[in-house]
Design a protein around this ligand. Sequence first.
Ligand SMILES: NC(=O)c1ccc[n+]([C@@H]2O[C@H](COP(=O)([O-])OP(=O)(O)OC[C@H]3O[C@@H](n4cnc5c(N)ncnc54)[C@H](OP(=O)(O)O)[C@@H]3O)[C@@H](O)[C@H]2O)c1
Length: 337
Amino acid sequence: MRDRSRDNEKTDPQRTHDPNRGDRPVTRRRALELGAGVLAGAALVPDLLHSRPRSGLATQTDVILKRIPRSGEEIPAVGLGTWQTFDVGSDRRQRTALGEVLRSFHRLGGRIVDSSPMYGSSQEVMGHLAVETGLIDDLWVATKVWINGQAEGIRQMEDSMALLQRPSHIELMQVHNLRDVQLHLDTLEAWKAEGRFDYIGVTTSSERQYGAVAALLEAEPERIDFLQINYSLGERTSAERVLPLAQERGIAVMVNRPFAGGRLFGAVRDRPLPGWASSFDCEAWSQFFLKYILSHPAVACAIPATSDPEHLAENMGGGRGALPDEETRRRMEDVVG
Ligand SMILES: NC(=O)c1ccc[n+]([C@@H]2O[C@H](COP(=O)([O-])OP(=O)(O)OC[C@H]3O[C@@H](n4cnc5c(N)ncnc54)[C@H](OP(=O)(O)O)[C@@H]3O)[C@@H](O)[C@H]2O)c1
């Protein structure tokens, strides 16, 4: 597989801390504090997550859950991206490996998967594997619309939902890179009202679009439930204006490029993890990177991509246990520079 560390998926051109709103990680202990003690035990995560019955109960008990401000729904903080990693076409060997990635993801408490019609065969591969593994109804599915024109957008969304094997309902539909955003938002609102999806989002991973994203969040925050944007120890600009704005407007933030496309691993190559990382249950660089993101009060989840089952297992550890405090976050920034 080619080195993707320099790539950025952007072929065309996102209150103060309140423990009772969406900015505090809901760990198992916190869930118990919140009165969910009756749920303590093996089925804690799915029971907290979903009001409708789901299959395949997870057995993870310290998965960090974050609350979506608009609805109060709680979601696991680490999801799964599919750009490039799931674009494997009909290659059986790679599909088998990705089936294992998806099974492990779910077994370790993951639910949120993110795709796009821009990602080649990724939607079809994800849909096929979700059915094959029996997980289709237990995933929280996000995809995007990425085309100009209303009729074209409708056709593309129908196609995407069919490919994802969720023809009548997915959780989140996003306008990819703000493409034809005003026009698509009208359609998305109508589809949301019909129950085709639960949430509406917009995405970017380009600093050039931050101004347009901020203008949209300022002007029409009620139309948008989710902002997907790049943020990591290697790409911090969104934390200056856009993340606080999203938090203030009650818009959940889904973080893309959590490893800066993989570049962060190169930045710390051959360096040992600082000893103090164990103070927030961190045992690997991938967890260091993810916990930095998840400890930002605006962030609801991060969606790292991987095609490697071992990387997947390591990444899921970034969504469990304690998170760093503000002082520790500054220290983490100094480590990467
Ligand atoms: N505008 C948008 O809407 C937009 C833009 C960008 C991204 N996204 C979404 O966000 C997702 C994540 O972003 P991304 O895929 O660009 O980048 P990323 O998640 O920051 O990085 C992915 C890279 O990190 C590597 N990696 C993952 N876990 C690792 C580990 N534990 N150790 C070492 N290497 C590891 C992966 O390789 P291996 O496969 O070898 O693990 C892959 O090369 C995308 O897949 C997509 O769903 C959306």
